[in-house]
Write a protein that binds this ligand. Structure first.
Ligand code: 6CS
Ligand code: FE
Length: 300
């Protein structure tokens, strides 16, 4: 029996042969209402339309300092460097990301349960939530390499078995995000379009895709269409700001050749109503530290 036999119908087929199509999203962007959490009606409506919203000063400068020191501690832990959850830069071997960081760091484990974070995720997703993936990204100065345009949901659907885009990411800046140091670019409203990708997922693809993604990348033609329709916004702002963005929004970031690192804590919340099934376009699920299969709802 193939893996696909045990799953519900697939509204978002991808990693297909032949011609890729743009598919209209059949799911909402925001599932909860104003009374379901701390996000006011105007911000909720804007997030629903654009697929992202920014919370300035989510963390205080003192908290930022604390998390920054935690990142420095983690990146200089030689034992941790040998851990498969640590991804290094393709070219220079510097630490690029540390996955499952909410389990490795007690401090970040508390952050995912902080009401300023947890209650926003619950409100956007309209349900109890759990962590699908957490990571810290270092994007060091001079040598930080970015990510080409992609939809996270396309990967999470194909390789982790995430049924629907009922998932939201929170990227908390620990350094100032400028236009010139690799700040995340998003296409507002693009979350309403699912961009199919051509090509088959290689076995154990995560071993290379987390450094540089080549499969699950939309065509230049489709990127052009989306950019023409949606435009491109860039997330900039002081350390402590948080960008909340829909799992299916088209986004990417440039390299960082400036002396200013662009480091963030990246938390992905998934609805407990959207628990992973078998991958939709991969031979087997990715490891738990990348796509968690512990669906226990987060509680304070
Ligand atoms: O494959 C993933 O899950 C990760 N890759 C990218 C480029 N963004 C989302 C996610 O962290
Ligand atoms: Fe991404």
């Amino acid at each position: 029996m193939t893996l696909t036999d045990t799953r519900v119908e697939d509204s978002y087929p991808t990693r297909i042969p032949g011609e890729a199509q743009l598919i209209d999203r059949v799911d909402p962007t925001v599932w909860g209402g104003e009374s379901d959490g701390p996000i006011d009606a105007a911000t909720l409506a804007s997030h629903d339309a654009k697929g992202y919203s920014v919370v300035e000063g989510l963390l205080s400068p003192a908290e930022v300092q604390g998390y920054w020191q935690e990142l420095v501690r983690l990146s200089s832990d030689d034992e941790l460097k040998a851990d498969e959850r640590v991804i290094t830069e393709k070219e220079f071997g510097e630490v690029r990301s540390i996955f499952e960081v909410h389990k490795i760091s007690e401090l970040i484990g508390e952050l995912v349960r902080d009401p300023r974070v947890l209650d926003r995720a619950r409100q956007i997703l309209g349900s109890e939530v759990y962590i699908h993936q957490s990571r810290v990204n270092y994007m060091p100065g001079f040598k930080g390499s970015g990510f080409y345009w992609h939809s996270d949901f396309e990967t999470w659907h194909a390789e982790d078995g995430m049924p629907r885009p009922r998932s939201v990411s929170c990227s908390i800046a620990l350094t100032d995000n400028y236009p010139f140091n690799g700040g995340l670019m998003v296409m507002p409203g693009s979350q309403r379009t699912f961009v199919q990708c051509v090509g088959e997922t290689p076995d154990n693809y995560y071993k290379t895709s987390l450094k540089e993604q080549k499969i699950g990348v939309p065509s230049e033609n489709d990127i052009m269409k989306l950019a023409a329709e949606c435009g491109i916004d860039q997330f900039t702002g002081p350390a402590g700001s948080a960008l909340w963005f829909d799992s299916n929004i088209m986004h990417g970031s440039g390299n960082n050749i400036t002396p200013y690192p662009r480091s963030n804590i990246f938390l992905v919340f998934n609805s407990v109503e959207n628990a992973l099934v078998q991958p939709y376009a991969a031979s087997k699920p990715r490891p738990n530290f990348i796509g968690s299969r512990d669906f226990t709802p987060l509680s304070r």
